[in-house]
Design a protein around this ligand. Structure first.
Ligand SMILES: [Zn+2]
Length: 321
């Protein structure tokens, strides 16, 4: 019993009495679902595997799902392209415990695959609990950035289930304040998804009252425990400001506002652009910490405000403060 069809197809599987039965399904590119006793086996021989947490992509087309209840049944080359076979089993009873996760684990969520057959039991979705403390939130961002830097992103929380969950309520665990630079999108560099982080972006992550209000929204209204201010290597805004300040030139339009804002960092860095990027980031952290709405939260340890530096070359974020 196999299902094959286009990646956008819907596959319905019911599990009466714990035995999966594929009710209907359309063909999918390189993806098949087959039944073997109590096991639902998913094969993916496509070019890219995008597994949901807790699966970890180890290369563009190979993933491992190490969580309890997830068993790698087989892994072997097929034709000239690699493929993966996953089944999710209850390790005690060998019954499928999370029917939906079977296909999530194989990256089939992108195909809009649905499994029916009563409420799933046993295997909690790994995404269910958001990091509650500043340190947990930072650890989560750091983990995601390590995956991104290692070309092992798992693209968590980018599926239909998460969209439905987040449509009812959002509980982002971090505010990332970063530059507008097209090479530094926070959701990608921290490998997070829908509902995970609030992002506030401005040129060289400069802050004015309107931007500060946007940053404050998460901690004040949603109890978000972490603010990360993220500067980055070869920041164009900082570089342009440094040049303008060196020449004493005025930039047109509102661009001069950015230059004015970066002047203290320029003076402290003595014109060195990379130092200026790091100094500006730590100054933004200090400004936010001093804000009257956020300062008491920081003092009560409900909130941490940290600064980081993103390397365009390596993809890594290093903590500055
Ligand atoms: Zn920048």
């Amino acid at each position: 019993m196999a299902v094959t069809g286009p990646a956008q197809a819907t596959t319905n599987v019911s599990v009466p009495g714990g035995v999966p039965q594929i009710v209907s399904g359309a063909a999918s590119d390189g993806i098949s679902v087959a039944q073997a006793g109590h096991r639902l086996i998913v094969q993916n021989n496509g070019d890219v595997v995008v597994p949901a947490a807790p699966c970890v992509a180890v290369s563009k087309n190979q993933s491992v799902c190490p969580a309890a209840g997830v068993t790698l049944i087989d892994e072997a080359p097929r034709r000239s392209r690699p493929y993966l076979v996953y089944g999710i089993l209850d390790p005690m009873s060998e019954k499928i415990v999370d029917r939906r996760a079977v296909l999530l684990a194989a990256g089939l969520v992108a195909g809009g695959v649905l499994l029916d057959g009563g409420p799933a039991r046993g295997l909690a979705r790994p995404s269910a609990r958001r990091p509650a403390t500043p340190d947990e939130a930072w650890a989560k961002l750091r983990e995601g950035n390590r995956r991104w830097a290692a070309d092992a992103s798992t693209h968590p929380h980018q599926d239909l289930g998460r969209r439905a969950e987040a449509a009812r309520k959002q509980e982002p665990y971090a505010v990332v304040v970063s530059c507008i630079d097209s090479r530094v999108p926070p959701e990608i560099v921290f490998d997070v998804g829908i509902g995970d982080i609030l992002t506030v972006r401005s040129a060289a992550q400069t802050i004015d009252p309107l931007v500060a209000g946007a940053v404050e929204y998460g901690p004040a209204e949603l109890d978000t425990p972490l603010i990360m201010v993220l500067g980055h290597q070869r920041c164009g805004a900082v570089t342009a400001a440094a040049h303008a300040l060196k020449k004493g030139a005025k930039l047109p339009g509102h661009l001069q506002r950015i230059v004015d804002d970066l002047r203290p960092a320029y003076e402290r860095a003595r014109g060195d652009v990379d130092r200026m990027i790091r100094i500006n980031t730590t100054m933004v952290v200090a400004d936010l910490k001093a804000g009257e709405l956020l300062a008491p939260r920081v003092a009560r340890r409900k909130l941490k405000i940290v600064g980081g530096y993103y390397s365009l070359d390596t993809g890594k974020v290093t903590r500055l403060v």
